[in-house]
Design a protein around this ligand. Structure first.
Ligand SMILES: O=C(CO)[C@H](O)[C@H](O)COP(=O)(O)O
Length: 262
């Protein structure tokens, strides 16, 4: 393990490394987006190269598709794969019910479609992502560019009607211009501080014209793998209620650290 890796990167790495143990030859695998998911793609690529693991990957972003190809993973589209055995992805926050906020990397739409089309979703995260109540991380929603200011006003109105106190809504920018997602949409970030009823909010948001999808993932994630900077990983399964602790040895090859770009 190179010395320059921070404890947070080590935590992300061990969570990712443990997660790829769940992947078996023949599986169709949803590949998440973000820095933690990028570790998973690298670890998976290592298994493909070293063990000849035969899998098909369905990436959730153009970034992930590019990295997966670089790592030697055979990549296809969701329409080609149709249904997936497993999706492994990061998250911005998760709570005790494994409800998630996702979309910090602006890929929430493809991420939700891919995770929902999978038998199982595993979230990999460093311990700092665990929260008592969702909402400290701004909730991303994907909206279409046409009439986006009207959609934003409707979102704000809806938050008022739901008596949400903190409700600053901002358009995500990329320099001087609005950030444009892989699906050519915009992202609004909802600064809510806390979300008292994520299930209701997720439903209501998707009723607003112009809103394509929101970053609340409810009843989608089955397992969370929490990484710690000392190499410990906790595997928590919401369906069985089990929780186990493992220790991951830092024994990555040079290949895995060749690209720290994500
Ligand atoms: O939802 C996501 C991208 O849309 C990411 O999974 C989420 O933002 C976590 O990213 P990271 O692993 O870099 O902290």
């Amino acid at each position: 393990m190179p010395a320059e890796l921070s404890p947070i990167d080590k935590a992300k790495f061990v969570a990712a490394k443990r997660a790829v143990d769940f992947i078996e030859s023949g599986m169709k695998v949803g590949l998440g987006t973000g820095s933690t998911a990028a570790w998973m793609v690298r670890c998976l690529g290592e298994r493909v190269r070293q063990e000849g693991l035969k899998i098909v990957g369905v990436p959730t972003s153009t970034r992930t598709a590019e990295l997966a190809r670089q790592c030697g993973i055979h990549v296809t589209s969701l329409d080609e794969a149709k249904w997936l055995d497993i999706t492994i992805d990061g998250a911005d926050e998760f709570d005790q019910n494994l409800a998630l906020i996702k979309g910090g990397g602006a890929a929430l739409l493809q991420e939700k479609i891919v995770a929902t089309a999978s038998d199982q979703m595993i979230v990999i995260a460093d311990a700092a992502k665990e929260v008592q109540q969702l909402g400290a991380f701004p909730l991303p929603i994907e909206i279409i560019p046409f009439g986006w200011q009207t959609s934003k006003a409707l979102v704000e109105e809806m938050l008022v009607s739901m008596d949400v106190l903190a409700r600053d809504v901002t358009l995500r920018m990329n320099g001087e211009r609005p950030l444009v997602t892989d699906e050519s949409n915009y992202i609004l970030d909802l600064h809510l501080k806390r979300i008292s009823n994520p299930r209701q909010l997720a439903l209501v948001l998707n009723q607003i014209p112009g809103v394509v999808e929101n970053g609340l993932f409810i009843d989608i994630c089955d397992i969370v793998i929490i990484g710690h900077g000392d190499g410990r990983v906790t595997v928590r399964d919401i369906n069985s209620g089990s929780e186990t602790d493992d220790q991951i040895l830092f024994a990555p090859t040079d290949n895995i650290f060749a690209d720290l770009g994500e």
